[in-house]
Design a protein around this ligand. Structure first.
Ligand code: MN
Length: 509
């Protein structure tokens, strides 16, 4: 077996370490429990991706000109290049002009991998796999997930560099369309784009610090248009969240947040992110929450600076848990989600909301209504955190059944679209552990940047409101006029005990 020192001869020969900022490869690879992989996005003479996996203390490397495939039907050419030193895995920056591979390098993805290749039921060592020209690995990154194969092709005459094919193997992470990876232009190491990495390296990173209270934040790419039809930029999103913070924070306080991020704007597929990024600063509150087979470290947003930080990550919509981190199993709100889908009209949603309001009143429960900023409404019943999620969901279902009994032609608990026959689905399934709802005053990734807006019941009954009436452009006028209609809601703590008892006695009769 070649020592890592010997393996790096080609790497060292190609580089002048007095000029480039790349690692010199002096340090040997660390032996970790799980070997690591990194994919660099590299804007050299041609933009390409460098796929690197740790093998015997160094990073075996391939240049993939067309990017990493997600579709098993897409085989991507991968040209094997010289082994890189282990610490190259965290290299991000600009290789100066005149050097080998000059251009910007981003840590596009990084994680660990598992060698899954077997021969006759026995695992095959990685070094052997490379030699034999057949590698099968399971990736555990932020972007790359699931099994990949690298297969060497026969060297044709005149070919100097060994060519391989990088193939997505069929598993639950495979996509059978042309979907790209979300956040293609976002570094998993620093959250920066290629342009930002370039700018920063040239010392031109002169965006002035953005002050939120006493905290100076480094915001970036303020001119990036996130809502192309309306020309709304990331800078405007950041300003919005800074300004709305006093209204919004009471509803977010002490709750785990799932970020819905759109780094490339709303015309591109966004992605949900539960785990806080490695590069998020230490001052951001977080909560570690276990789940089946692992845990997530969530952001907990208790201050305006965190909200602004999330907006700078192009988190257009924060979604929040229905319980708070100190008592995760007991929600402090019950939610009815009224979403008309694409074809139903909003008047049916309004009718359902108004009827639910009176029904809940009859059971002595105060309820609050909010537009989702998308298509529907949320009805929220504040609770005293003494009823478990399962029981809350049963109570919600019981109320929904009462509503449906009043108007079976209009409303249904049937989630399947084909079986609804135009009826409005009364969704109570959000009343469950780890489920989230859009946060009041969160922006939605839709044209005009509508905002999820708490309403007065009177206002809804007035009939002029629809789900996307309020946007980041008109919400402050409304708040100046009437204040927050939900003000004081967080102090309302209601028990479901009576309702629960009634439900049980109903079931007996
Ligand atoms: Mn490269």
């Amino acid at each position: 077996m070649a020592t890592s020192k010997k393996k790096l001869t080609a790497y060292k020969k190609a580089r002048d370490f007095t000029s480039t900022t790349e690692p010199s490869g002096k340090q040997r690879g660390r032996t970790t429990k799980r070997p690591l992989f990194v994919v660099h996005k590299h804007d050299a003479s041609h933009l390409h991706y460098d796929f690197r996996i740790e093998v015997d203390g160094v990073l075996a490397s391939w240049a993939v000109p067309k990017g990493i495939p997600r579709n098993p039907a897409t085989k991507r050419l991968a040209i094997q290049t010289e082994d890189h030193p282990y610490d190259y895995a965290s290299f991000e920056g600009v290789i100066p002009p005149g050097n080998y591979g000059a251009g910007t390098v981003m840590v596009w993805d990084k994680g660990t991998y598992r060698n899954i290749r077997e021969k006759d039921g026995t695992p095959v060592f990685m070094s052997r796999c490379v030699k034999e020209g057949r590698i099968e690995v399971e990736m555990r990154g932020k972007k790359l997930k699931g099994a990949y194969a690298l297969v060497r092709t026969k060297l044709r005459e005149g070919q100097k560099k060994q060519q391989w094919l990088l193939i997505k193997m069929n598993d639950s992470y495979a996509r059978h369309d042309d979907a790209c990876f979300s956040g293609d232009d976002i570094s998993v190491k620093t959250g920066r784009t290629m342009a930002q990495i370039t700018k920063r390296s040239a010392g031109k990173d002169d965006d002035p610090p953005y002050m939120v209270g006493r905290r100076a934040l480094q915001v970036s790419n303020l001119d990036k248009v996130l809502f192309p039809h309306d020309g709304i930029t990331k800078g405007e999103l950041i300003d919005y969240y800074k300004q709305i913070a006093p209204y919004m924070l009471p509803y977010m306080k002490d709750r785990a947040v799932t970020m819905h991020r759109y780094p490339d704007g709303i015309m591109h597929e966004g992605f949900y992110q539960k785990d806080i990024g490695d590069y998020f600063p230490d001052w951001i509150n977080r909560a570690v929450i276990s789940k089946e087979g692992g845990r997530n470290t969530y952001v907990v947003c208790n201050d305006a600076a965190t909200l602004v930080y999330l907006a700078n990550q192009a988190c257009i919509t924060p979604h929040i848990w229905l319980s708070r981190v100190d008592k995760l199993d007991y929600p402090d709100r019950m939610i009815f989600d009224l979403d008309p889908g694409k074809h139903n009209d909003f008047s049916l949603v309004r009718q359902a909301a108004v009827s639910l309001h009176s029904l809940l009143d009859e059971y002595g429960l105060r309820s609050f209504v909010m537009t989702t900023g998308s298509r529907g409404l949320h009805i929220v019943v504040p609770l005293d955190r003494t009823t478990s999620f399962d029981d809350v969901r049963l109570c919600a279902r019981y109320i929904a059944e009462k509503l449906i009994a009043q108007d079976p032609k209009k409303f249904t608990l049937e989630p399947r679209l084909v079986k609804r026959h135009g009826r409005l689905y009364i969704d109570v399934t959000r009343n469950a552990y780890a489920q989230t709802g859009v946060c009041p005053y969160a922006v939605r990734a839709r044209d005009k940047a509508p905002v999820a807006t708490p309403l007065d019941w009177k206002e809804l009954k007035g009939g002029r409101i629809s789900a996307d009436t309020y946007t980041i452009k008109n919400i402050f006028k409304r708040l100046e006029r009437g204040g927050d209609p939900w003000k004081g809601m967080m102090r309302v703590r209601q028990s479901l005990t009576k309702l629960h008892k009634r439900m049980i006695s109903d079931a007996k009769n």
